[in-house]
Design a protein around this ligand. Structure first.
Ligand code: AMP
Length: 440
């Protein structure tokens, strides 16, 4: 390349370190990199806005990463974290992603409530907070699903909630696509300490060897998150030390699911017989061991009444047969959301936010994160990257139609949500990436 041209472009290129203050402000560590809280430097910082800067682990950027980032940039919905900018640092070959900063996430929120419960401390949160959280999670996922994007790694740590500011109390689904962002993950599953992998939010069909990710898999995870919001306990909590394999079949995790849900009746899940691991299942499990187990009993223990609308919706989300599991679109129309109190956009409803702000991590914390001690109840996960990739499609510009939301006191005309609702296959172009194979 012409030397002068190289120098000129280098001088013009926006550099993350010139634009943002972030040093010493690490707030998270995921499978794919480190996350920092950043603010624009002095004279650029006119509005005091905060950002999350994710430095992708490793160096360089592949063609498929380029395409994936392009896809993330096109996703636009109030409940999906928005990728603002990508920085390519030519000196050290690092890739930085700039996102909106979200002060809270469901992992920290649930942890806060669990410890308050243990200490018999009352926390003053709006009555409809769980309903608002669930509605917004469904809304974001519906947008992704309508645009043929699967999340594949939904768990409380990936559901962010905005703190004080313009978007106060708004849910942002994060970390989508990162499992698929790179052809081969920068940190392969086998390199991670096995303790850090949790299967708690994995749908039973995946545990039985289903080869393809589907929308229903995201819905199961949402059911798990909903139950956890209602009880402050991971519904399918399973000892972590056994999770040491890349084999999808996981005896203890299935045992935990059956202990809560009961063993599926043949009539309830006819195609279970077709699952790749069905033979192992019949060899390892006895239906008779689970005759007294069902979701009603489990939730009653946690004071959730089986005749309540929230219980009925939970049951629809946690349906064992993936073909019978409710869709995000139908779930959003469920009677639970039409019953008072209605969901609201600010999940905190203008009340004081009782949760502490994110703490900055030190390198010591980082080491702990490496062994899984810092997240997801000692169980961060990086699931999915040993699974087949999903087909990717490009998102087209929004339509201009309107959408009605059942939020309190208002009708929201939301172009993006309507775009999701109105999407037809003719609006979607298949990605040309050779790395994406058809899964739908
Ligand atoms: P990830 O690599 O996306 O799993 O991020 C690792 C951790 O960084 C998350 O669990 C959060 O605690 C934090 N984090 C990620 N994205 C954001 C964001 N946009 N705003 C604030 N914190 C974030």
């Amino acid at each position: 390349m012409d030397f002068e041209y190289k120098q000129k472009t280098n001088a013009e290129r926006a550099k993350v370190e010139d634009l943002f203050d972030y040093e010493g402000c690490k707030v998270g560590r995921g499978t794919y990199g480190h996350v920092y809280k950043g603010k624009r430097k002095n004279r650029l910082n006119t509005d005091g806005r905060e950002y999350a800067l994710k430095q992708i682990e490793g160096t360089g950027i592949s063609m498929s990463a380029c395409r994936e980032i392009a896809l993330l940039r096109e996703l636009k919905h109030p409940n999906v974290i928005s990728l603002q900018k990508v920085f390519l640092s030519h000196t050290d070959r690092k890739v930085w992603l700039l996102f909106d900063y979200a002060e809270h996430d469901l992992w920290h929120i649930i942890k806060f409530h669990r410890s308050a419960k243990a200490n018999k401390k009352q926390i003053d949160v709006p009555k409809n907070m769980v309903k608002s959280l669930l509605f917004q999670i469904l809304d974001g996922i519906h947008y992704l699903h309508a645009n043929w994007v699967l999340h594949r790694d939904l768990k409380p740590a990936n559901i962010l909630v905005m703190g004080e500011g313009e978007e106060r109390g708004r849910v942002k689904i994060a970390d989508m696509g990162f499992a698929r962002l790179f052809n081969s993950p920068l940190k392969p599953l086998a390199d991670l300490d096995p303790v850090v992998v949790t299967f708690w939010y994995r749908a039973p069909e995946l545990l039985l060897g289903a080869r393809h990710y589907t929308k229903a898999i995201d819905i199961w995870a949402i059911g798990c998150i909903f139950a956890e919001l209602l009880t402050y306990e991971p519904i399918f909590h399973c000892r972590q030390e056994d999770i040491k394999t890349s084999n999808p079949y996981h005896h203890d995790q299935l045992d935990r699911i059956f202990n809560v849900m009961g063993f599926p009746q043949d009539k309830d899940w006819e195609d279970i017989r077709k699952m790749p691991e069905h033979g192992t299942l019949t060899k390892d499990f006895k239906r008779s061991n689970y005759v007294n187990c069902n979701l009603v009993k489990y939730m009653e223990k946690h004071k959730v009444k089986p005749d309540s609308k929230q219980f009925h919706l939970l049951q629809k989300l946690l349906t064992m047969d993936p073909t019978k599991r409710i869709t995000s679109e139908l779930a959003m129309k469920d009677p639970y959301f039409l019953e008072d109190p209605l969901p609201s956009q600010d999940v905190f409803e203008g009340k004081n936010i009782p949760y502490p702000k994110r703490e900055f991590l030190t390198d010591d914390d980082d080491d702990k994160a490496d062994t899984g001690a810092s997240k997801a109840g000692g169980a961060d996960q990086s699931s999915g990257h040993n699974q087949p990739p999903a087909k990717r499609v490009r998102v087209m510009p929004p339509s201009t139609a309107q959408n009605w939301y059942p939020y309190k006191n208002q009708h929201i005309h939301n172009v993006q949500a309507q775009q999701a609702l109105q999407f037809s296959s003719s609006n979607i172009q298949t990605s040309t990436s050779s790395t994406y194979t058809s899964r739908f």
